[in-house]
Design a protein around this ligand. Sequence first.
Ligand SMILES: Cc1cc2nc3c(=O)[nH]c(=O)nc-3n(C[C@H](O)[C@H](O)[C@H](O)COP(=O)(O)O)c2cc1C
Ligand SMILES: CCCCC(=O)C(=O)O
Length: 395
Amino acid sequence: MKDDQKSMPSYGLGRQMQVYMQGLQGQLPSLPVAPEALEQQAIAHLSQKASGYLAGMEDTMQANLRAFQHWSILPRMLRDVSQRQLSTTILGMQLPVPLLLAPIGVQSIIHLEAEIAVARAAHATGVPMILSTASSRSIEAVAQELGNTPRWFQLYWSKNPDLNASFVRRAEQAGYSAIVVTLDTRLLSWREQDIQNAYLPFLLGEGLANYFSDPVFRQALAQPPEENPGMAIRYFIDIFLNPSLTWDQLSFLRQHTSLPIFLKGILHPDDARLAIDAGMDGIIVSNHGGRQVGGSRAALDALPAVVEAANGQLPILFDSGIRRGSDVLKAIALGAKAVLLGRPYIWGLALGGEAGVQQVLQNLLADLDLTLAVSGFSSISQLDASLLVNERLAQ
Ligand SMILES: Cc1cc2nc3c(=O)[nH]c(=O)nc-3n(C[C@H](O)[C@H](O)[C@H](O)COP(=O)(O)O)c2cc1C
Ligand SMILES: CCCCC(=O)C(=O)O
């Protein structure tokens, strides 16, 4: 894989040929290649509680996917696309591909090896990883698996400021190179399947590795979490959600880290302007994969106005609904510098652990590389809105 990456221009072709050559020996890909089939198989494999947790508001998730259909690629012919370039630079950080793994918490409910398996697959493919605060393995343990693969840390801003500062400090020390503050989950939304299943993984102690290993968190407890997990979980529940968090508190974070700060979950252009006023470094346009505001605008539909409001003053990233190479191209053509991959890598994790995640990433990168090429482009930096037709406006 590492070698494939060095010769990224042949990446897509390389993966295609690898699959076809294996086919000659009677070996088929072990996971479904189409994301829809992959999802179906993963959901069937998981327990009802775990698959219910992966779900979101169906209408909003569907809207996220449909939004990509409103834009079509208008390919160009007879351009030399023999050498291709997928790498990008964000705030001076080199990313080998315009794709990062979205922060997804509590992966222990999906696979025993959880974030460790994902980190190994990220390392093998060179895809940067964003680790969730609510991960089932610690900031440090995941960093160890990543080698020099770029990593960012996603912060859930709790009610305990010292704990927030401690998380950021730990991330810095473990080589994470950006902080992603998620804004859209200051409260948990009404999640029908979880309510139906009466299931919240945190109450069972899942997804609390960063808390239980944190010196500030531990200091606040009369007994260590190993001796009295119930008390530790109760304290987590007390502080985890923070609905009183407001824009003016972002300066606290700025004082506690020199790392770039991205705000995740912005959909409204006015919030993009507030992010700039607050001195933030980047924005991730996202509706949390349709898991928070039921009936919210599809994330891709919200992207152009946010890009316009940002006016080039800070990089915009995107997630919610990325499934194929063409989705990545569309989001980038509409102004995103890079995109985050969410559920698809979790489906790979569910079905095949580390190897499953790796297969999903290899396929997506190959799809991206080949779709770029057959559209007539040799570098993702060439993409802009002229690649696309808006089918709602076109006649
Ligand atoms: C099971 C699950 C857990 C998630 N946990 C987090 C999290 O801990 N922090 C966060 O910022 N986003 C979290 N997200 C949202 C993702 O980062 C991302 O925004 C979303 O998955 C994108 O939508 P998609 O999966 O439909 O592409 C989670 C999403 C899922 C499906
Ligand atoms: C409180 C939520 C933690 C994980 C998460 O972000 C999600 O389930 O969407």
